[in-house]
Design a protein around this ligand. Structure first.
Ligand SMILES: Cc1cc2nc3c(=O)[nH]c(=O)nc-3n(C[C@H](O)[C@H](O)[C@H](O)COP(=O)(O)OP(=O)(O)OC[C@H]3O[C@@H](n4cnc5c(N)ncnc54)[C@H](O)[C@@H]3O)c2cc1C
Length: 353
């Protein structure tokens, strides 16, 4: 390492916190993982666990673990690590809001080699269904066990866990990463987990980021132990939330739509699609008092999420982890794991001179 690039800091190495901008699932999962590895952590964010603003995507997710198609081997591994962490939470800690559920996935077309089929190496009890076991309009179908995370439980749980491990939250909106450098002059490692915030932070302004509105229906029912997913041109799911005694019906993706209002045409369409997919769970006309609505803005990014390390002003490192669109929960703990390794690499360079 070039000695001229080394800055002497007053605070000892072990007392300089890693600073995370953003307290959604990505920021909080990363904080948990760093704290478990002995790092000191501070999270700065406008919205914190337990908040319910449409721009705080983590409050509104489905949130099912579903293998994504068309992703790289590294990205598959991030999902696999997430599955491992969530499974342990489901087994050990009901307060986490994570449950194991049955899944049935119906495919409109024969799966391509880079499709979601790779997920069969990760999930339990995977089997291909035989014709007659699934509706005849589909090409093929799979059954397996997967994980669903109830964000109304998981985010508050994770927030408390981070505090109990010694992490600190600061509620604050910032306009730039530079504001954080001024707030924490001793810190060398900064993680940008600001989701859609990366579009407007003055020293990030990532113009690949864009908002993608989701609007789901929550149906109260005790038939909440099987996930249905239609894989193909029509994007429809029924995601169980056993801890909240209901199912989430979706979905829609509306680019650049920021409306906080319930669109009743979408509600009717989602109920109709969900009824066709899972008629044993979703009645054709559910009673109004059994329905409520979920609206959230996904932090999407053209070309996929950004996971990246860069040096700024010589002595600081910014690790970026944002743009997870509709998959932030499925990637979360794997990304957190990768960020811990990136932080360790940076800190090694900071210490071994
Ligand atoms: C309807 C819906 C259904 C979904 N279903 C699923 C699913 O089934 N499975 C799945 O994996 N994912 C799902 N998702 C996607 C998932 O919710 C997101 O990918 C994930 O929550 C993104 O997490 P994040 O931490 O990156 O962003 P966010 O949760 O949006 O958090 C961003 C954080 O950064 C902070 N921040 C941003 N800018 C600033 C600033 N300038 N100053 C201070 N703080 C700032 C915010 O306050 C917040 O704390 C769904 C999303 C929606 C809306």
């Amino acid at each position: 390492m070039d000695e001229s690039a080394i800055t002497t800091f007053d605070a000892p190495f072990s007392q300089r916190p890693v600073v995370i901008l953003g307290a959604g699932i990505i920021g909080c999962a990363t904080a948990r993982q760093l704290l478990l590895h002995g790092f000191s952590v501070v999270l700065v964010a406008e919205y914190l666990p337990g908040d319910q603003n449409i721009y705080y995507a983590s409050a509104w997710a489905g949130a099912a673990w579903h293998a994504a198609g068309g992703i790289t081997p590294d990205q598959r591994y991030f999902q696999a690590v997430t599955h491992r962490v969530l499974l342990k939470m489901a087994q050990d800690d009901p307060k986490s809001g994570v449950s194991v559920v049955d899944a049935r996935e119906y495919l409109e077309q024969e799966p391509k080699p880079d499709s979601a089929i790779w997920g069969k190496t990760v999930v339990s009890k995977f089997r291909e269904l035989k014709p007659g076991e699934y509706p005849s309009e589909f090409n093929c179908a799979w059954a397996y066990e997967t994980l669903v995370t109830d964000p109304t439980r998981h985010m508050p749980y994770l927030g408390k866990l981070v505090i109990s491990l010694g992490g600190r939250f600061i509620r604050k909106r910032v306009e730039s990463l530079r504001e954080l450098y001024d707030m924490f002059p001793e810190s060398q490692v900064f993680i940008n987990a600001s989701g859609l915030g990366s579009k407007t932070l003055t020293d990030v302004q990532d113009d690949r980021c864009f908002p993608e509105r989701g609007q789901n229906v929550f149906l109260r029912t005790d038939r909440c132990h099987t996930l249905y997913f239609r894989n193909g041109k029509e994007y429809t799911y029924v995601i169980p939330r056993p801890f909240s005694q209901g199912v989430v019906l979706g979905g829609v993706k509306q680019q650049d739509n920021l409306s906080p209002d319930v669109d009743m045409d979408i509600v009717r369409d989602e109920i109709a699609r969900a009824h066709r997919l899972a008629p044993d769970i979703v009645p054709e006309q559910p009673a109004a008092h059994e329905l409520s609505h979920i609206i959230g803005i996904r932090p999407s990014r053209k070309g996929g999420f950004r996971l990246h390390s860069e040096q700024v002003h010589g002595s600081r490192t910014v690790l970026s982890a944002y743009g997870f669109g509709g998959g932030g929960y499925a990637f979360s703990y794997g990304i957190a794991d990768a960020l811990v390794k990136m932080v360790e690499k940076t800190e090694r360079e900071n210490v071994i001179v």
